[in-house]
Design a protein around this ligand. Structure first.
Ligand SMILES: NC(=O)c1ccc[n+]([C@@H]2O[C@H](COP(=O)([O-])OP(=O)(O)OC[C@H]3O[C@@H](n4cnc5c(N)ncnc54)[C@H](OP(=O)(O)O)[C@@H]3O)[C@@H](O)[C@H]2O)c1
Length: 246
């Protein structure tokens, strides 16, 4: 028989949890005593991460999950259903930059498609597949990992403070922001709170470890939004300092 979570124990699924910020979100939620699904597409990386989390005392289990693949996402939802019968928290963390170049005149259609397929459609695909299980939770939360580079207000600020030209990655996060606002509108009459998190500039594979924050620091805003009280915000866009301008 498949191992089950105890009914009062919270259960979360983190996509792209085999490394970087996603791994630390899983570790942080696990430290709260939650059962955490380590969503990852590569079997070796997934099981190594789940094993490392278990060795650290986390009730972690691997969830095979490629966010760009309908069949994989459906199987992940079935796995969570069989294990716990519900989902309390979904963290849509998996993301890619699409690599270089990022000048919009140089970005290929295929590059753009990969970034949007992963960062936007992937989050929607996973959310829609898991929503039936989230609806069974007493306090469901969805956190979409965005970035301040998705902020049009910051992108167009006079000080140009949001970094280099980013013709695929930044627009994908703006798109994710827009989609999340629409989810919040549709789910306004439910107990589901859905918000966007920006982790800051974090040293991970995504940026060749150029970030100046640790993955553990980057995970904190997602953990906070995953554990919001029932009267918490929905449809918001936050980093550690508070709301981010759209
Ligand atoms: N690092 C930063 O400064 C920063 C700033 C703002 C926002 N963010 C966002 O934070 C999130 C995590 O990024 P990170 O910095 O921790 O990057 P990372 O270390 O590169 O981790 C990205 C994760 O996403 C996974 N992933 C990519 N495509 C996937 C797919 N199709 N299906 C399932 N998983 C997939 C990766 O899996 P593999 O190992 O299999 O590739 C990996 O686990 C991303 O959404 C990113 O945009 C990061």
């Amino acid at each position: 028989m498949t191992e089950q979570t105890t009914s009062t124990q919270k259960i979360a699924l983190v996509t792209g949890a085999n490394k970087g910020i996603g791994y630390e979100i899983a570790a942080g939620l696990g430290a709260l005593g939650w059962s955490v699904g380590v969503g990852a597409r590569d079997e070796g990386r997934r099981e190594a991460a789940a094993q490392k989390l278990r060795e650290a005392g986390v009730d972690a289990f691997g969830v095979p999950l490629d966010v760009t693949d309908d069949t994989s996402v459906a199987a992940a939802a079935a796995l969570i259903e069989e294990r716990a019968g519900r989902l309390d928290v979904l963290i849509n963390n998996a993301g890619v930059t699409g690599g270089m170049p990022q000048e919009p005149t140089q970005v290929s259609p295929e590059q753009m498609q990969t970034v949007v397929e992963t960062n936007v459609i992937g989050a929607m695909r996973v959310t829609n597949a898991l929503l039936p299980l989230l609806r069974r939770s007493a306090s469901p939360r969805i956190v979409n990992m965005s970035s301040t580079v998705g902020s049009l207000a910051r992108q167009t600020a006079a000080d140009g403070s949001t970094g280099p030209i980013s013709g695929a990655y930044s627009p994908s996060k703006t798109f994710l922001n827009a989609v999340t606002v629409q989810y919040a509108k549709e789910l306004a009459d439910t107990n589901i709170l859905i918000n966007l998190a920006c982790p800051g500039y974090v040293a991970t594979d995504l940026n060749g470890f150029r970030g100046f924050r640790s993955p553990e620091q980057g995970a904190q805003i997602a953990i906070r939004l995953a554990t919001l009280p029932d009267n918490g915000p929905t449809g918001g866009y936050f980093d550690d300092a508070g709301p981010i301008p759209w």
